[in-house]
Design a protein around this ligand. Structure first.
Ligand SMILES: [Zn+2]
Ligand SMILES: [Zn+2]
Length: 201
């Protein structure tokens, strides 16, 4: 009986020691598990942070690419605007040159018109120096003056025939009905012949 009690006590002590060892092992395992859990949690946090950073970096990259694309589009738009401006400038220059040419043409036309008017005025101004009324149409040969009208030349001829002492009187020519008895009313030269002149058409 004594022995049994001793054995029981020893057995109990052994079980108590075993239990204590089990408790210690459990505590160690728990601590290790807690530590591992904490490490995993820290790793997950770190991974999350890393993932967030990566996402942020990706967003930054995309934003930078968008900025670059936007700048490219702006540059292209600027080039198009510049080209359009150059084209407009070229068009304006062409229009200005055309306007200048038109103005020059108009100026030349006006000049021609003025010259024609002046010519007509000079023709109109060529009135007979004797009667100062009718247009001068008779060309004196050989001096070339166109200075008297037909009527006045006839009068001059009649007068010269009636007055034999006129400066260029030529009795023979007068007798033959010729002209070398007339004198040009402009240059006083002998007139051998008169010709009716026609101007223009
Ligand atoms: Zn006349
Ligand atoms: Zn003359």
């Amino acid at each position: 009986m004594q022995t049994d009690l001793g054995t029981l006590r020893a057995d109990l002590a052994a079980r108590q020691a075993e239990l204590a060892a089990q408790e210690g092992a459990a505590a160690t395992a728990l601590a290790a598990a807690e530590e591992a859990a904490a490490v995993r949690a820290r790793e997950q946090v770190a991974q999350s942070a890393s993932a967030a950073e990566a996402a942020q970096r990706e967003r930054d990259t995309i934003a930078a690419q968008l900025d670059a694309a936007r700048r490219e589009v702006e540059a292209a738009a600027a080039r198009v605007a510049e080209a359009a401006g150059r084209e407009q400038t070229a068009n304006e220059a062409a229009a200005a040159a055309a306007a200048e040419l038109r103005a020059e043409l108009e100026r030349v036309r006006r000049e021609c018109s003025d010259l024609r008017a002046e010519l007509q005025k000079q023709k109109d101004a060529a009135v007979c120096v004797i009667c100062m009324v009718n247009p001068a149409r008779m060309l004196m040969v050989p001096c070339g003056h166109v200075c008297a009208c037909e009527g006045c030349v006839t009068d001059m001829r009649d007068y010269a025939r009636a007055h034999p002492h006129t400066p260029h009187h030529d009795a023979g020519a007068a007798a033959a009905g010729g002209d070398p008895q007339l004198e040009c009313p402009v240059c006083r030269g002998a007139v051998q012949q008169t010709v009716k002149a026609f101007f223009g058409s």
